[in-house]
Every structure is written in C-alpha cells, then in structure tokens.
Design a protein around this ligand. Structure first.
Ligand code: ADP
Length: 172
C-alpha cells in the first residue's frame, strides 16, 4: 500500500506518468500556477481541447490528451476556493481526488501525479489539504488495484515536508 504512494519535490509537467492532474478553474480556459505551467508545457492544442469541454464544476474532473507533455493524459479538476472552511471546502477537495482517480481508472491509467490542489491561488491551508489528499488516495487505493503509483508532486520544500509528515502518520 505505502509503496504505491510517493512524494517528490518538483515540477508536475516533467513527470513521466500516464496522467497528471491539473488544479484548474471552472472555465478550464487557463490560469496561473500549475495550470499555467501545464498549458505552457503541453502547447496550444491543450487549450483547444479544453474549449470543447464547457468548463468543469468544483469537485469534478475532466480528461484531455497531454499533447507535448511526457504524460499521455491530463485530468483537469477544480478545487474549492478557501472561504474559511465552513463552505464544504473539505468535501469538495476530497471529491477532486476521488473523481480524478475514478476517471483515471476508467482510462486504464496506472501511474498518476497530483499537485497540491487548491493550496495556491485558492488559499486552502496546506496541512489541512494534505491530510485530505493523503486520506482520499489511501482509501481509493485500498479498494482499487489497477493504479500502481500515485505521486504527490510538491512545489517547494515546505509542501514536500508536510506531505512527508502526513504520510508518516498512521491511518485512523
Ligand atoms: P489552486 O488554484 O488550486 O490553488 P495553484 O496552481 O495556484 O492552484 O496552486 C496549487 C499548487 O500547485 C500550489 O501548491 C502550487 O505551489 C503548486 N504548483 C505550482 N506550479 C506547479 C508545478 N509546475 N508543478 C507542481 N506544482 C505546482
């Protein structure tokens, strides 16, 4: 179980996996942060495909090709904007992980990389988001054997350390 989850510090666009997850916004028409990096690396054809998807609701996920990325697929999910924690932010963030993984399984994805959804422009507190990410991925992997590897890709030392700490904590 634990060996199916790894954490690295780096750039998600460079990951050699079947699918990378994008922390997008509801328009799916491009933004900053990890979304900007993914669009730059994939090339303009990614935006062309995204235009055909009619956006994506918060907590949901949609898939496109990866174009110039090493990853074959991009799974675009929309995390919640943090508004203090009483607006279903936790549940919506959990659904991003669950729905992204379900979509990945449907497409035969075996290796997948996640960024730290919602913790940039959307201001979700890092520790709280990481706890949810780790919990949801662990739960999903317990009942699914087709996904071989989930990589949490952290942008910066602090996020990396938070993931390491959280993965070291026993599940309850
Ligand atoms: P959101 O709007 O969901 O908060 P952001 O892109 O602003 O999305 O931030 C999400 C996380 O992605 C942040 O932790 C940010 O540091 C991280 N991030 C930004 N660029 C990259 C990248 N190239 N690879 C991996 N993570 C990244």
């Amino acid at each position: 179980m634990m060996d199916r989850i790894t954490v690295v510090e780096g750039d998600i666009t460079e990951q050699k996996v079947d699918a990378i997850v994008n922390a997008a916004n509801t328009s799916l028409l491009g933004g900053g942060g990890v979304d900007g990096a993914i669009h730059r690396a994939a090339g303009p054809a990614l935006l062309e495909e995204c235009r055909t998807l009619n956006g994506c609701a918060t907590g949901e996920a949609k898939m496109t090709s990866g174009y110039r990325l090493p990853a074959r697929w991009v799974i675009h999910t929309v995390g919640p904007v943090w508004h203090g924690g009483k607006n279903q932010e936790d549940e919506l963030l959990a659904r991003c992980y669950r729905n992204s993984l379900a979509l990945a399984v449907q497409s035969g994805v075996r290796t997948i990389a996640f960024p730290s959804i919602s913790t940039g422009a959307f201001s979700f507190p890092q520790e709280r988001a990481t706890r949810i990410a780790v919990r949801e991925v662990r739960r999903f992997l317990e009942s699914n054997s087709s996904i071989e590897q989930v990589i949490f890709v952290c942008f910066g030392k602090q996020a990396y350390q938070t993931y390491l700490d959280m993965l070291g904590e026993p599940t309850t």
